[in-house]
Design a protein around this ligand. Structure first.
Ligand SMILES: [Zn+2]
Ligand SMILES: [Zn+2]
Length: 197
């Protein structure tokens, strides 16, 4: 999984990384997250180009209570594998613990859009959903009349179609223009209502 380029010292490095990865995986599976983090630091130093090693380093740090240090390896994983659902979820949870709620919601939303069951379960609990067009997070609003004609909403407001029930963000509905926009479903042309519980 770490690739085998060149020979000699390169191959030794790859073999050492693979061996350490196995060890780290065992520590992680046994729930010894602090020990796993130490081993995955070694793996990442030997083979920084492995997305799964970066993910497991981040997950080990997060699970051992170190949300702050978990962020960088999880971002490194996602830079290489933007569709790594588990890394998006872990990063979302780490950012949530660091009180960076908007950024956290984006990553949980992305994990949900990729079908991660834990993320799909978590989104409504943090008052969010994801845009079916662009995968970004949208807020579930508390407005009393979601059908009102004039609505003053946040940029990250969510909309749902009365006909096909899709969920879209304001940007995808308005094409990014400020001010009033026609509230028509981009999929079926149906009427959009504010996304509420
Ligand atoms: Zn959108
Ligand atoms: Zn529709």
């Amino acid at each position: 999984m770490f690739g085998r380029r060149g020979g000699g010292a390169g191959e030794d490095r790859v073999a050492a990384a693979e061996k350490a990865f196995e060890r780290g995986h065992q520590e992680f599976a046994a729930g010894r997250y602090a020990a796993a983090a130490v081993v995955f630091r070694e793996v990442v130093a030997l083979a920084p180009e492995s997305p799964n090693s970066q993910f497991l380093l981040g997950a080990s740090l997060f699970n051992s209570g170190d949300s702050r240090d978990a962020v960088d390896p999880l971002r490194a994983c996602l830079a290489m594998r933007p569709d790594h659902a588990a890394a998006h979820l872990a990063l979302g949870m780490a950012l949530g613990r660091l009180d960076q709620f908007d950024d956290a919601a984006e990553h949980v939303a992305k994990a949900a859009s990729l079908g991660d069951p834990q993320a799909l379960d978590m989104l409504p609990k943090i008052g969010a959903d994801y845009c079916r067009t662009c995968d970004r997070a949208v807020h579930i609003s508390q407005v009393r009349n979601p059908d009102a004609d004039i609505i003053v909403g946040a940029v990250r407001m969510g909309w749902t179609c009365a006909d096909c029930h899709t969920v879209v963000c304001s940007t995808c509905v308005s094409g990014g223009r400020a001010g009033p926009f026609v509230r028509a479903c981009p999929d079926c042309g149906g009427r959009l209502r504010v996304l509420t519980k």
